[in-house]
Design a binder for this molecule. Sequence first.
Ligand code: C5P
Length: 439
Amino acid sequence: MKHVTIAIDGPGGAGKSSVAGNIAKQLNILHLDTGAMYRAFALTALESGISLSDTQAVNTLVRRIKIKVRFEYGVQRTYVNGNDVSGLIRTPEVSKAASDVATLLPVRKLMVSLQQRIAKSQSMVLDGRDIGTRVLPKATLKIFLTATSEVRARRRFDELTQKGIEVTYENILADVKARDTQDTTRAIDPLTVAPDAVSLDTDAMTQPEVEQKIIALLRARLAEQGNTRFPFFQREPLTFLYRVAMVLSTIVFRTLYPVRYHGLAHLALDAPFILIGNHQQMLDPLLIGWKVNRYQIRYLGKKELVKNPLMRSLYRRMLMIPVDRHNMDMQAVRACLKTLKEGHVLGIFPEGTRHKKTLMQEMESGIAMIALRGNVPILPAFVAGKPKLFRRVDCYYGEPFTVDEIAKGTINRDAVDAVMADITRRYHSMAAAHAASAL
Ligand code: C5P
């Protein structure tokens, strides 16, 4: 498994450390608080009484100091020369001194190399000031967390007073501003937003909202990169036949019928949802399903496919839901709704059967019914053309959408027609976009 690194940078008090800690817990990976390492150095410098302008003394300390982090039950403890300083480094004096030592080149070099070594071989969330710009320029995801200095000072004030530490809001605000100035204006690796970082202004966001947003961004990033092995992508164990189908798809769509996929970021969508596709040939379920590999798709398939017992057993193992297309098959509709309720992905070809040229012209109304009743997002997949041996075909995942706005609570013939018209319109615009890109 390729490991995943998340860089969270930003000014002091933006909530980086608690957000990073919670994300790490959710992803079951480690969190490295890099500020703690600068703090550990600062504490040692304060205790030994060295002046930070004394270059020689600083260099000697850089050479001698042994800063170590250990993860005990997943929580970081910071050690200096074998002593646990995790509690001692949280005072306002150390905060100020940490910002001072962080301006010194030898100190930064030491910290950056230690941090790079720690993050080299495992998935991690790192928070600091220069993670995205210096420590991990190739981080999987870079986040820049901000908030106004007033909001940050208020948060820090609440945190410290809750711990029984006596402080005034005015003093904290002044400290926050002074540290901001020092962190953003220092000559070496000042606090800046990496060009490829996503900035999140947390003033109006709760902490869980910030965390959810970052996890969603990570999912989208990993989906874009085709990294589907990261732990939280594996939810349900695949049935044996489904796994076989996936392996076959890998071979077929990489070699015999090469597919170029677009819009993979839309696959970050969480189940339950309905995957729909245009249907021109037999490979379609595999072609549009192969990349949706976080989930095992339950495709709706025509009853004729399961006429004989062998096929019935095979399709059951592929989790297919059989449907009678010639009658309003309420049993199939109920099975679909149940599948969505259980949190799965339902795969439907709304045209009901394969078409040579039409694009969602003869849609069955069943899909609209299920979409309306299921009230879950719909992810449209569009295959632009029929795969030909060794000729590349394009497959687009469009933006997920919901139909509850269309129905406005009532499910009747008009709502069903409106949903079908909406789906048709979306497919026509995907086809038009493809045609324009192929020009
Ligand atoms: O994040 P925290 O407030 O614990 O960091 C203490 C100080 O360490 C910051 O004010 C900053 O100057 C410095 N620091 C840094 N680079 C990092 C982490 C912290 O310069 N990656």
